[in-house]
Ligand binder design. Sequence first.
Ligand code: ADP
Ligand code: MG
Length: 313
Amino acid sequence: NVSRTKMPKYPGLDRWILTEKMGDGAFSNVYRAKDSTTEFGEVAIKVVRKFEMNNNQSDHLHPSVKKVPKAAERANILKEVQIMRNLDHPNIVKLIDFSESRQYYYIILELCPGGELFHQIVRLTYFSENLSRHVILQVAKAIEYLHETSGVVHRDIKPENLLFYPTPFVPSKNPKAQQPGDEEKEDEGEFTPGHGSGGIGTIKIADFGLSKVIWDSQTMTPCGTVGYTAPEIVKDERYSKSVDMWAMGCVLTEKVARGQYTFLSPWWDDISKSAQDLISHLLTVDPEKRYTITEFLAHPWIRGTDEETSAAA
Ligand code: ADP
Ligand code: MG
């Protein structure tokens, strides 16, 4: 692994020891790092190179021209940081610190050692409805917090931006009660981490690079709770929030659909009517008819009160 052998040195990041590259994006590199003073333990550091958005046309200009980050680029980074600064939820990656050097922005984040849910979905051959529920419920709790408490729309919900804490393998006391891929027995009652969790413990939403605060023009406060807000503003707000709901439907479909490759064919028949019903309410083209996060959380499939799920448990 090349990323392990040579870690770059960044000016102003002296207190952190970079140990591994975790993410490789167009505008950012994300590293796993540990604190040389042990105050924070392990973190993730998102390093965003300044001037990245200046196109090649500026290359022939005097070098000093490129030394100033574009105002829009700077505003975007600061917005991402500012939004994260105000968030505090167990299913959202926490901002630890922010700093910058002449060439880079450094966003210090809570580390999610499991990495992307995306990779875990690919690794797993079987993704049961119970595991899908375990995952999407945590995503939904984070979105509920964003939409209803913080007035924030994420706008980039996808498996690459959903990170997780792996669960250690916990051997069952009764060996017969826990077989690899044996969802139904393990999921009886409270969810217990182990094989059936697909190694997925806590899910955390990351990457607020495209997120946005919806402002209430009346009170000049974030549109978290609808109180005195005019209908047309509520409608706008509802529309932008519905973007996240559609994306959640896509994530859910991808996971539920995983069952097809190793499970019964025709695969769609194998997925509960209740799950299909829920997905159809998320992947509704008309944003006004699409489920809100509150409606989503009240659905029988999510609550585990639909007949098929109850019968299986
Ligand atoms: P970008 O805007 O470039 O998409 P992200 O914030 O999504 O930046 O980070 C890029 C990738 O880096 C993620 O998809 C993930 O693989 C990894 N990553 C980001 N934050 C963390 C974190 N806190 N813990 C572990 N990995 C992370
Ligand atoms: Mg991303």
